[in-house]
Design a protein around this ligand. Structure first.
Ligand code: GLN
Length: 483
């Protein structure tokens, strides 16, 4: 058995047949982390001791109760902006360098009920603001397929930890692309559920009107198994909704007969890399061959999504991050007055991109400017939502690229706007609040993974699993980095 080839499905079958124990899986995961994480730097914290203790307990439980769920004993990682009780949660910021989570996020609480084994906390752009993991205060994560390139972001550590075979799945967050773009860059499956499908209680807030938790896995089948365990309404998050949760695994099929798939023309504009375009066009051919009815659709307001988001998000960020004041949480730098404590703590504790957003957000929401910026941006958001609504009156799914280009070089992007443009194809989905998934579509000639994005209507995640699984099977890629 090769640990780096295991999926949730295959590892869980081995556990059920008693061919491997949770302890052995955790040991294999740790060994792999020791072997490659110096190079990849997916982890901010490796929970070696906790994982071994937990794995022992899981093995005892399996023997005692004969209880074995799909995720039981499976090694996984968690993005460091999600709280795990008793463990540090830095959100890759200096201001939370010594912050220890006093409680579990709801997703972690839910996972603990089925006992996967938590191997550690993964790297991200500071407070999940970014698209490269370069904005982590603790050094960048590298792309496992090419160490001179970024893994994407902000959940770059989560994507890289699954791609490099350190863990079998990971939990991340996606506000404007942060699960799907790194999944695409790292050749893994990345699933962002509907806004309201998964509780964000215990997720360090960035842009609350769009933040959503989701999963990274090696296969679509695994994404169905992992997502199943974290969904559902939660009284601790008033935006989570009491919608019936279908059996996602039952939706997996290899046939797309009668499914209507729209190809939004605004996602195939000039500037998209020819290899990315070819990989996505190949995916379109595949879904057609599987029986889907494919036709073009227009989402005319989608091109305004990035400018709208970079007003809405900073406004919410400036409010959400006001809690890091040097008094209540984290780093506190002394000063002669209270104001100086605020000033010193925030100056030293926060990185440049975070400060930029706080300033833009404060400006855009201040009296006299609110109507011109924030209100306009929210109007654009409504128009984008309308576009998706009309598209889903006609289509079951939309299919697009995830990102205009494959993973970029670590020192390639010099200005914030070129980083913001990374979100051009993923972000509109968050404005609409609908679910989407990145499925590996192929490799470029130089060996970089490229994902294909599938988008469904609100709470229609099962259609993503259906089409994603069928596409994955027909492409039959066996992606694996050379590490
Ligand atoms: N790239 C986007 C940003 O910088 C999205 C981040 C995210 O989804 N967390 O805000």
């Amino acid at each position: 058995m090769n640990f780096t080839d295991l999926t949730i499905k295959s590892a869980s079958e081995l556990i059920a047949k008693k061919e491997v124990s949770a302890k052995e899986l955790a040991e294999m995961s740790l060994e792999r982390i020791k072997e490659v994480d110096d190079k990849v730097h997916a982890f901010l914290y490796v929970a070696e001791k906790e994982a071994m203790e937990q794995a022992d307990e899981v093995d005892r439980m399996i023997i005692a109760d004969n209880e074995n769920f799909a995720l039981t004993g499976i090694p996984y990682s968690v993005k460091d902006c999600i709280l795990v009780k008793g463990m540090k949660a830095t959100a890759a910021s200096k201001i939370l360098e010594n912050y220890v989570a006093p409680y579990d996020a709801t997703v972690i609480e839910k996972l603990k009920k089925v006992s996967p084994v938590m191997m550690g906390k993964t790297n991200l752009d500071e407070f999940a603001m970014g698209a490269s993991t370069l904005y982590s205060a603790y050094g960048p994560t590298k792309n496992p397929y090419d160490l001179s390139r970024v893994p994407g972001g902000s959940s770059g550590g989560s994507a890289a930890s699954v791609a490099s075979g350190e863990v079998i799945f990971s939990i991340g967050s996606d506000t404007f692309g942060s699960i799907r773009q790194p999944a695409s860059f790292c050749g893994v499956v990345g699933m962002k559920p509907t806004y309201g499908r998964v509780s964000r209680f215990g997720l360090i807030a960035m842009c609350s009107s769009m933040d959503q938790i989701g999963v990274f896995t090696r296969t679509v089948e695994d994404a169905a198994l992992a997502l199943q365990m974290i969904v559902g309404q939660d009284v601790k998050d008033s935006t989570s909704l009491p919608k019936l949760v279908p059996d996602y695994s039952a939706a997996l099929s290899e046939d797309l007969k009668g499914m209507k798939i729209g190809i939004p023309k605004e996602f195939f504009v000039e500037g998209i890399d020819p290899e990315v375009r070819a990989i996505v066009e190949n995916a379109i051919k595949q879904v057609e061959a599987l029986g889907a009815e494919v036709s073009e659709v227009s989402l005319p307001n989608v091109p305004y999504s990035v400018p709208a988001y970079y007003i809405i998000a900073p406004v919410e960020i400036s409010a959400n991050l006001s809690r890091y004041d040097g008094i209540r949480y984290g780093l506190s730098v002394p000063g002669k007055t209270l104001e100086e404590v605020y000033y010193n703590s925030r100056s030293q504790g926060l990185g440049a991109e975070v400060k930029r957003r706080i300033m833009i957000g404060t400006y855009a929401s201040s009296a006299g400017y609110y109507d011109a910026y924030y209100k306009k941006a929210k109007q654009i958001e409504s128009l984008v939502q309308q576009d998706f609504k009309s598209a889903f009156d006609k289509f079951d799914l939309l299919l697009t690229p995830v990102s205009p280009k494959p993973a970029f070089k670590i020192d390639e992007k010099k200005d914030p706007v070129s980083m913001y443009l990374e979100d051009v194809f993923t972000g509109p989905i968050n404005l609409a609040g609908v679910p989407a998934m990145s499925v590996p579509g192929g490799l470029t000639k130089s060996g970089l993974p490229v994902g294909v994005q599938l988008i469904a209507n609100h709470f229609a995640e099962e259609k993503l699993f259906q089409a994603g699984h069928a596409l994955e099977k027909s492409l039959n890629l066996k992606l694996k980095p050379n590490l």
